[in-house]
Design a protein. Structure first.
Length: 379
């Protein structure tokens, strides 16, 4: 963000998402009592609403986000090349799988209404000899209300293209911001791992420096190494605090919307299976798997960060701390105490971002899905 091209495109993307979101909300308002119609509309409207919020929020926090990325990048360049490259490869593997699968799901979602129309031969109205109007059963990628007739052939094509553009922008924004978050989290994990190695081998590092430098002692060099570790640890905790400050609201919005997506997508997928719509059912199941995979990746990164922070205190105990002078012992004690109460990334400052939250979210989504099934059965 900040480049001339993005400065031109960003308002267009923002306006496109907002217009489509308003049309979706209007359709939801008109069909608020129809659970079946809500099941069709809410998964996509939640995606578009979440992406519009992220675009607005991160645009407002752009300067703080750029500072965080620069800070993580500088610490990455100063870190041990082999270890940091390993964590970078891991983040690239996660994000590559996520991005490729997400793109496939997005494109399939955009194209499946046309596939259904082609396979059922219901694209054009049966009473129209010139094929100027679309069939009443012809669908769009998402439900939306428009103040004009969308069944005229050219209007249908224009609206369909607009919806494809809006949903594609929404999917890409969600994936790109998630990929940035995953990369920041995993690179920070690598930094904590490097700090643990320095603490574990602080005596060896001090001894090597003593041999290279004349007029110094091992205790003096040990004090410098420990002081550097304290500063390094403090810097990493500030980075985690910055990640939390920038993402806790977006994580709260994301988890609330994912609850809606998971419960209504599962409900609609089972309804499509009941109605013998294999294309629609496949489309919803792939979308459901993507939503679960996204939550798992985010929560897994939160777990890895907590493990990396807590491993720092274990590294102190694995060092020869008992042979250190009192000043170094006090500094090591500070590191241990701060590692016992690790800085964590949260979902709305309510719960931690970890696999426990992931399992609880899936459990709640299943409960809501069960309620929706009961409502549908009773109706």
């Amino acid at each position: 963000p900040g480049q001339p091209l993005w400065a031109t495109i960003q308002p267009l993307v923002w306006s496109c998402l907002l217009m489509h979101l308003l049309c979706e909300l209007a359709d939801i308002g008109l069909n608020i009592t129809d659970v079946q119609q809500l099941g069709k509309n809410l998964p996509v409207s939640s995606l578009v609403g979440g992406s519009w919020y992220r675009l607005s929020y991160f645009t407002l926090r752009r300067d703080a986000y750029c500072r965080l990325v620069s800070k993580v990048g500088e610490s990455f360049r100063r870190g041990a090349p082999g270890r940091m490259r390993r964590w970078l490869r891991r983040s690239r593997a996660y994000t590559l799988v996520y991005f490729v699968y997400g793109t496939i799901v997005c494109l399939f979602w955009l194209g499946h209404p046309l596939l259904i129309q082609q396979t059922t031969h219901t694209m054009f109205s049966t009473n129209s000899t010139n094929h100027s109007r679309m069939s009443e059963t012809a669908e769009f990628p998402s439900g939306a209300w428009y103040p004009f007739d969308v069944r005229e052939r050219r209007v249908y094509g224009a609206v369909y293209a607009f919806q494809c553009l809006a949903i594609y922008f929404a999917g890409m924004l969600i994936m790109v911001t998630d990929i940035m978050f995953i990369t920041l989290m995993l690179l920070t994990c690598g930094q904590f791992e490097e700090l643990g190695d320095k603490l574990r081998n602080c005596w060896e590092i001090a001894a090597a420096r003593t041999l290279r430098r004349a007029g110094t002692t091992q205790e003096r060099e040990l004090h410098k190494v420990v002081a550097h570790c304290v500063q390094y640890h403090d810097m990493l905790l500030r980075i985690v605090g910055d990640i939390e400050d920038l993402h806790w609201t977006s994580m709260l919005v994301n988890f609330v919307l994912q609850l809606i997506i998971l419960s209504f997508s599962a409900f609609e997928a089972t309804a499509s299976a009941d109605l013998a719509s294999p294309l629609k059912g496949t489309n919803l199941v792939t979308y459901l798997v993507l939503a679960i995979f996204q939550l798992f990746l985010l929560c897994r990164c939160g777990d890895k960060l907590m493990e990396a922070e807590e491993a720092v205190s274990s590294a102190v105990y694995e060092s020869q701390w008992f042979e250190a002078p009192q000043s170094a012992k006090r500094s090591l004690g500070v590191i241990v105490m701060r590692s016992r109460l690790p800085q964590r990334v949260t979902v709305g400052k309510l719960v931690g971002l970890n696999l426990v939250t992931f399992s609880e979210t899936l459990s709640r989504a299943f409960s809501y899905f069960t309620v929706l099934r009961q409502i549908r059965t009773s109706n």
